[in-house]
Design a protein around this ligand. Structure first.
Ligand code: 5GP
Ligand code: MG
Ligand code: MG
Length: 184
């Protein structure tokens, strides 16, 4: 039987590390939105596991929506040209919007999205990301809340894919470079 585990160089954040940190993030966000009903927006597909766990650590009234975006580029690098494949179901004007991302790398994808959403006049627009790689940033984009500041490695698991695989690993790990060869 083929195992995804054979392709992992090392586990960076274990399921338990993630659970503990997500609990803290949920508590922090619950206090931010104590008096509001935020619209929590997950960017699919990467943020799906994070959003599901995070919102279960937020015992406040909230609503959930999703966007599907595709960023042109290779499997390991984004280009900053973003296509919206599925837009929000709800109008966000006057709403408190919390964008939930799996990882911010160059920042190109989110910079583009934030600019689009800001034009729809939300009352507030904040970003929480599970992982941040600030060393690789190409545009000015600072998330409001970060789970883990990650090293410059290609990470998979807990929603993060390589060529659509590995999302279902319960931890975040470093992918062996032989899997993606010279792509990056
Ligand atoms: P950015 O536009 O900030 O460079 O990249 C954003 C997207 O690129 C992320 O949402 C993710 O889909 C992908 N990405 C960036 N770094 C990684 C990584 O280390 N692993 C995986 N699996 N995807 C990444
Ligand atoms: Mg993402
Ligand atoms: Mg991806």
């Amino acid at each position: 039987m083929e195992s995804l585990l054979d392709d992992i160089q090392s586990v960076l954040y274990s399921a338990e590390d993630i659970r503990r940190r997500v609990k803290e993030l949920g508590a922090e966000l619950s206090s931010w939105y104590r008096d509001e009903v935020p619209l929590v927006v997950g960017i699919l597909k990467g943020a799906s596991y994070f959003l599901a766990d995070l919102t279960r650590e937020m015992p406040i009234p909230l609503e959930i929506d999703y966007m599907v975006v595709s960023s042109y580029g290779t499997s390991t690098r984004s280009s900053g040209v973003v296509r919206i494949l599925k837009d929000l179901d709800y109008d966000i004007s006057g709403r408190h919007v919390l964008l939930v991302e799996d990882i911010i790398d160059t920042g190109l994808t989110l910079r583009y999205l934030v600019d689009i959403l800001a034009r729809r006049n939300p009352k507030s627009l904040k970003i929480v990301t599970l992982l941040d790689k600030p060393a690789r940033r190409k545009v000015d984009l600072v998330p409001d809340l970060v789970g883990f500041t990650a090293p410059d490695e290609f990470l998979v698991g807990y929603g993060l894919d390589y060529a659509e695989r590995y999302r279902n690993l319960p931890f975040v790990g470093i992918l062996k470079s032989r899997v993606y060869a010279e792509q990056r």
